[in-house]
Design a protein around this ligand. Structure first.
Ligand code: IMP
Length: 435
């Protein structure tokens, strides 16, 4: 049975949640495979806005089971808060949420470590993280000495010992970083987390085993990437990335489901580019047009509220990330935001300091920072397109622009979004696209 992946091809916030939501009807499960509460998903349906950070967008749909795979880092208080907030909006997740027991747990010291690390780093070197403890938790996972997994919460004796050892170590290292640091209390943390574990228990299970059993019985899975491919720890603009494989590469490792079970690979891009946090951004706009995109596109972080940096579409980056994430089709989002801009620009190559053309996305951030975009200019359109529902009804210049993005990235565009609501979506080919 066909399974699908939906991943961002830029620096996150590509409105992936909307595509996942739109495709839910044709799938049985939505699976997140990396990251944690650093992701911000806003889904608007029937005029109601739902803000999700840890739970996949599929949680809003009846009949869909949402899975948090082994590759996630989960902060139990945030998870429970999100479940309760949804309950307050009339969405009951009972029996429809599975939290993988191999996922790692974000502990209180991870949040402190991240804050102190960022604050004790010179401003120019700060990563501008979401401060959700993501990096420190993955560091402990990979370091293997202090990592704690969801399953550990259900073995209280060994869990107490794990927390005691970790807190002793963290207290020593954090006091070295900040002498006035008030040591954390291992016993209080243990009791707090054991109580949270009790509340989470109905949702916890072996996600890998369940996913494989579902595949064997013909269920269709929808893998939802958080962040974007340019924030991937291996393939992104390192070190200004997140700490997980946010490209499609993370699906296999972060869910235990091999790539051969996925047949549809949707790469999601905005019609322009945004970035939150630090790091080079070749097509960034520092002018009135950038301000306009931020204002019209409401480009402020869902998780942190930070204004997003805005710029033109970058096809050099897009070609690279579409390859890495194996995209077979593109979804172009927020096209309506560009309405009314006279001349639109797309970076089709970079030039380095010597004026030489750079066609591949550079590995080193200094080189990326030195690259100047080579732009191709296209005429814009002035019409409000938010009410358009078919490809043919888009202004000709809007169609040309979208087609140009697809040609430059090297992947056909099959979905265009012209507004936040579920029905503000244009499916390019036929109705079968949604299957
Ligand atoms: P972290 O994931 O909190 O460690 O942050 C690392 C970088 O990824 C920072 O630049 C964040 O702004 C960025 N980031 C993390 N999650 C998201 C997201 O969901 N959308 C956009 N940027 C993100």
């Amino acid at each position: 049975m066909p399974s699908t992946c939906v991943v961002g091809l830029q620096w996150g916030d590509e409105a992936k949640g909307k595509i996942v939501d739109a495709l839910c009807d044709r799938h049985d499960m939505v699976v997140r495979y990396q990251g944690g509460a650093n992701a911000g998903h806003t889904v608007v349906t029937g005029g109601v806005t739902y803000k999700l950070s840890l739970l996949p967008s599929g949680i809003l749909r009846d009949g869909i089971t949402s899975v948090l795979g082994n590759g996630l880092v989960i902060h139990p208080p945030t998870l429970l808060e999100e479940i309760e907030r949804l309950a307050g909006q009339g969405i009951d997740v009972s029996g429809r949420l599975l939290v993988g027991d191999r996922a790692h747990v974000i502990m209180p010291y991870h949040l402190v470590e991240e804050r102190l690390t960022e604050e004790s780093t010179e401003a120019a070197e700060q990563l501008g993280t979401t401060r959700r403890g993501i990096g420190p938790c993955y560091r402990d996972k990979v370091g293997r000495v202090h990592g704690i997994r969801i399953a550990d919460l259900y073995y209280p004796d060994s869990f107490r010992e794990q927390v005691r050892r970790a807190v002793e170590f963290k207290n020593r290292s954090l006091s070295a970083l900040l002498p006035s640091f008030t040591p954390l209390d291992a016993r209080a943390i243990t009791e707090e987390y054991l109580a949270l574990a009790d509340r989470m228990e109905p949702y916890v299970g072996d996600a890998t085993d369940r996913l494989h059993r579902e595949i064997e019985s013909g269920s269709r899975l929808l893998f939802e990437g958080a962040q974007g491919t340019l924030l991937d720890i291996d393939h992104g603009s390192y070190p200004y990335v997140t700490s997980s494989n946010s490209s499609a590469a993370g699906i296999w490792s972060g869910s235990g489901v091999p790539a051969r079970f996925v047949d549809r690979w949707i790469g999601v891009v905005k019609a322009y580019t945004t970035r939150v946090g630090e790091g080079p951004f070749p097509t960034e706009l520092h002018d009135e047009t950038g301000e306009r995109i931020r204002r019209v596109g409401r480009e402020f972080g869902t998780v942190t509220g930070r204004p997003r940096r805005c710029g033109w579409f970058d096809a050099v980056a897009g070609r690279y990330t579409a390859r890495v994430s194996g995209s077979t089709e593109l979804a172009v989002m927020l096209l309506d935001v560009l309405s009314g801009i006279d001349r639109l620009r797309v970076a089709v190559a970079y030039e380095d300091e010597s004026g030489a053309r750079v066609s591949a996305f550079p590995a080193h951030l200094d080189r990326l920072a030195q690259c100047r975009p080579v732009f191709h200019e296209l005429p814009g359109w002035s019409e409000d397109i938010s009410g358009v529902r078919s490809w043919a009804d888009l202004p000709e210049n809007a169609r040309r622009y979208v087609q140009f993005l697809g040609e430059q990235v090297g992947v056909p565009v099959r979905i265009v979004s012209v507004g936040p609501d579920r029905d503000q979506t244009i499916w390019l080919d036929s109705a079968t696209d949604r299957t």
